[in-house]
Design a binder for this molecule. Structure first.
Ligand code: GTP
Ligand code: MG
Length: 181
């Protein structure tokens, strides 16, 4: 290993409605695995992944959280100290897109962000594979418009199932966090 590389730990929180695919995205990213079966996340837990970005050795500490309110047993105290927040919705379910404002606000309330207006968020529109795109209800333009109104949040369309764009989305999160250091 190149010992001259700067080591950096980045804390990333993944939020969004139940069933949008938060756990699946993380499993695909870290373990290269996908499970068709839904198993609700209870509480919150993290995984880590090491990345080389320019001259830096970055450890991403990615927190998976429960979308279902009754399983949010840890509350949101662990949002504190986050370097980036990844918001996830399902492009096939309008409700999961409409709740993004709620998730963003809840996050900012708890995270104790230095400046809420410039805190790095990344948006993921997941499950673009579903029914070959025929069940899609939130188009890319609509998602990008929301990102623009929130201060030009980077946007990634992904499929955790087919491992499409998942690496790029988490790399985008890491880069956003680094840029605002
Ligand atoms: P909570 O833990 O309840 O907050 O849900 P979650 O956001 O972690 O969702 P999870 O990853 O458990 O995925 C929910 C369901 O969607 C599972 O049955 C997954 O197999 C499925 N799923 C996740 N990602 C994709 C995807 O990209 N495409 C398709 N077709 N299905 C997906
Ligand atoms: Mg989950």
């Amino acid at each position: 290993m190149d010992v001259s590389k700067r080591r950096i730990l980045l804390k990333v929180i993944v939020l969004g409605d139940s069933g949008v695919g938060k756990t699946s995205l993380m499993n695909q990213y870290v373990h290269k695995k996908f499970n068709q079966q839904y198993k609700a996340t209870i509480g919150a837990d993290f995984v880590t992944k090491e990345l080389h970005i320019d001259d830096k050795l970055v450890t991403l500490q990615i927190w998976d959280t429960a979308g279902q309110e009754r399983f949010q047993s840890l509350g949101s105290a662990f949002y504190r100290g986050a370097d980036c927040c990844v918001l996830v919705f399902d492009v096939n379910t309008l409700k999961t897109f409409n709740t993004l404002n709620h998730w963003r606000k809840e996050f900012l309330k708890q995270a104790d962000a230095f400046d809420p207006n410039t805190f790095p968020f990344v948006l993921i529109g997941n499950k673009i594979d579903k029914e070959g795109g025929r069940s899609r209800v939130v188009c890319e333009r609509k998602a990008r418009e929301w990102c623009a109104t929130m201060g030009n949040i980077p946007y990634f369309e992904t499929s955790a199932k087919e491992d499409y764009n998942v690496d790029d989305a988490f790399l985008g999160a890491a880069k956003s966090a680094l840029a605002s250091e």
